[in-house]
Design a protein around this ligand. Structure first.
Ligand SMILES: Nc1ncnc2c1ncn2[C@@H]1O[C@H](COP(=O)(O)OP(=O)(O)OP(=O)(O)O)[C@@H](O)[C@H]1O
Ligand SMILES: [Mg+2]
Length: 438
C-alpha cells in the first residue's frame, strides 16, 4: 500500500525540470511574445515579478522574454524599484498594442506559459495510471467496499481487473450497485500527477487543467516548490464520471470561437486517472458511435484529436476506463467487447445478501430491523410475485417506510401494513397483483 500515497518523484531532468532559459520553455518565441504583449495590453503596467508569477516561470526567464519585447519595441521599461536587485516595471508601446490586437485574433489566452505537446506526452507516459492500479491489493478493495454488501466472488473478479489497469465493463440488472461500486472503487486509484494548465501545439492552445476534475494537492501549496517547473500543478489522479450527457463532441477538442482556444477532450482530462462511463448505451451518443470512436484508442492507448485548423494531433489515452451498463453485453459489438478484457457481472443479491442489505439500511436509517417483517416482504413481494431481488430494494423501501411514518407522526417500523404501503408505491402492480389492463 505504501507506494499508493506517493506522488511522482520530481524529475531531475525532463518535463518537470525548472526552465532556465526561453528555449527550456519548449514553446516558440512567437507564442511567448504574443502571450507577453497580451498580458501587458490587458493589465497595463506590470513589474517583472508579477509577469513571472502570471506566467509561472522564473524571473530571469521572464526578463529574457521582456528583453525580446523591448528589442522589438513592443514594451518599454518604466523604471525599477529600489531593491538590491532592481525589478523593472514594464509598459506596452504603441507597436506593442498593435501586436497585442493581432495576437488576440489568434487566441485570447493569457496565463501560465503553455507546455509543449512533447512535454505533455512524456509526462503522461511517466505517470501512467497502470502504475497506480498495479499496487491495488485484495485488502484495499475489501476496505473500499466495506460499507457495501458484495460477494467474495465479485471481489475475486473485480480485484485483478482493477489491478490490470485495463478497461472494465460492469454489467447487470438495474439497481444492483454498478454505479455505487464504481463510485467506491475510484478512490483506490491513489497518488498524484502533474497536470499543465495549457499545452501548445502548432501555435494552438489546449486548456487541460480543469478544476472540475483536477483537485490540487495541498490546495496548490506545492507550486511554491522553487526547484521545478511551476507550469505543472500537482493534482490528485482525476476521476471523470460521465452519464447520459456524454456526447461525441466532448470526446474531441472543443474549439471556443470567442477565446480561440481549445478545451481538452474529456479523455485527455482523465489521463492518469479514471474515466467512468456510467449507463453506457443510454447516452445521447449511440453505443456504436462511441465504439467506433474508441476502438483504436482503447487498444493503442493513443487518441487522434483534430485541431480546428483540421490538423490531427496524437494524444496519449491513458486512463482506467470503466463502463457500466444494464444493456445485455451480448448485444454489443464483438470487436468492441474484445477490447474490454474485463467484463464483470454485478449479480442480483442472494437471499442472505438481501437480508444483510436490509439490516444495514435499517440500522443506518434508525428503523428497528424485524425478521418477520423482512420474511413477509420477501415472500409476498419477491417470491410470490416472482420478482428478482435487487440490491437497491432495501434502501428504497426503507426510505418509503420512513416517509410514511413521518407523514403519520409515527415511528418507522417494519409492520406488514407499512411494507404493503411501501411496496404498493415502489413496485409497479402487475396483473397477477390485481392490476387489470383496460
Ligand atoms: N452491493 C451493494 N451494497 C449496498 N448497497 C447497494 C449495493 N448495490 C446497490 N446498493 C444500493 O442501491 C442503490 C442503487 O444502486 P446503483 O445505482 O449503483 O445501481 P446500478 O446497478 O447502477 O443501476 P442502473 O443500472 O439502473 O444504473 C445504491 O445507491 C445503493 O444504495
Ligand atoms: Mg447506475
Amino acid at each position: 500500500m505504501g507506494g499508493q500515497s506517493e506522488g511522482p518523484k520530481t524529475a531531475a531532468s525532463g518535463p518537470l525540470s525548472k526552465p532556465l532559459s526561453i528555449e527550456d520553455l519548449g514553446v516558440s518565441r512567437a507564442v511567448l511574445i504574443d502571450l507577453a504583449v497580451k498580458l501587458l495590453y490587458a493589465d497595463g503596467e506590470l513589474d517583472g515579478t508579477e509577469i513571472a508569477d502570471r506566467f509561472k516561470i522564473a524571473l530571469p526567464v521572464a526578463v529574457d522574454i521582456l528583453d525580446v519585447l523591448r528589442r522589438e519595441k513592443l514594451c518599454s521599461v518604466l523604471g525599477s524599484d529600489r531593491g538590491v536587485l532592481p525589478v523593472y516595471r514594464y509598459g506596452i508601446t504603441e507597436l506593442g498594442v498593435e501586436r497585442a490586437r493581432e495576437a488576440l485574433t489568434r487566441n485570447e489566452y493569457i496565463g501560465p506559459v503553455p507546455v509543449s505537446l512533447a512535454a505533455y506526452v512524456e509526462m503522461v507516459k511517466r505517470q501512467g495510471v497502470a502504475m497506480a492500479c498495479s499496487v491495488i491489493r485484495r485488502e484495499d478493495l475489501e476496505r473500499a467496499l466495506n460499507e457495501l454488501v458484495v460477494s467474495p466472488s465479485l471481489i475475486n473478479q473485480l480485484g485483478p481487473a482493477l489491478n490490470s489497469g485495463q478497461p472494465i465493463l460492469l454489467y447487470g440488472a438495474p439497481g444492483n450497485g454498478k454505479t455505487y461500486i464504481a463510485q467506491n472503487i475510484v478512490n483506490l486509484v491513489l497518488g498524484s500527477i502533474f497536470i499543465p494548465h495549457t499545452c501548445e501545439v502548432e501555435g494552438q492552445i489546449i486548456k487541460i487543467f480543469d478544476p472540475e476534475y483536477h483537485n490540487l494537492v495541498d490546495g496548490g501549496a506545492q507550486t511554491r516548490d522553487v526547484e521545478r517547473d511551476a507550469r505543472w500543478t500537482l493534482c490528485k489522479r482525476p476521476v471523470v464520471m460521465v452519464g447520459g450527457e456524454l456526447t461525441l463532441s466532448s470526446l474531441g477538442l472543443i474549439f471556443d470561437p470567442i477565446s480561440k482556444c481549445h478545451e481538452a477532450s474529456l479523455q485527455m482530462k482523465a489521463n492518469g486517472g479514471i474515466f467512468f462511463i456510467d449507463d453506457f448505451g443510454r447516452q445521447l451518443l449511440l453505443p456504436e458511435e462511441l465504439l467506433n470512436r474508441w476502438i483504436v484508442p482503447l487498444e493503442a492507448q493513443v487518441d487522434y484529436l483534430a485541431l480546428h485548423t483540421g490538423k490531427q494531433v496524437q494524444i496519449p489515452f491513458d486512463s482506467l476506463v470503466i463502463f457500466s451498463t444494464n444493456l445485455d453485453p451480448s448485444t454489443l459489438d464483438e470487436a468492441f467487447l474484445r477490447r474490454i478484457p474485463h467484463k464483470v457481472m454485478i449479480p442480483n443479491p442472494n437471499l442472505y445478501e438481501y437480508y444483510l442489505l436490509f439490516q444495514r439500511v435499517c440500522h443506518s436509517k434508525g428503523v428497528p430491523f424485524d425478521k418477520d417483517g423482512f420474511s413477509y416482504l420477501v415472500e409476498k413481494y419477491c417470491r410470490d410475485a416472482d420478482r428478482p431481488l435487487r440490491a437497491c430494494h432495501p434502501r428504497d423501501l426503507v426510505d418509503q417506510i420512513v416517509t410514511i411514518a413521518r407523514y403519520n407522526d409515527q415511528k418507522p417500523v417494519l409492520t406488514e401494513e407499512n411494507i404493503d404501503q411501501a411496496c404498493a408505491n415502489y413496485f409497479v402492480q402487475r396483473p397477477s397483483e390485481g392490476f387489470r389492463e383496460a
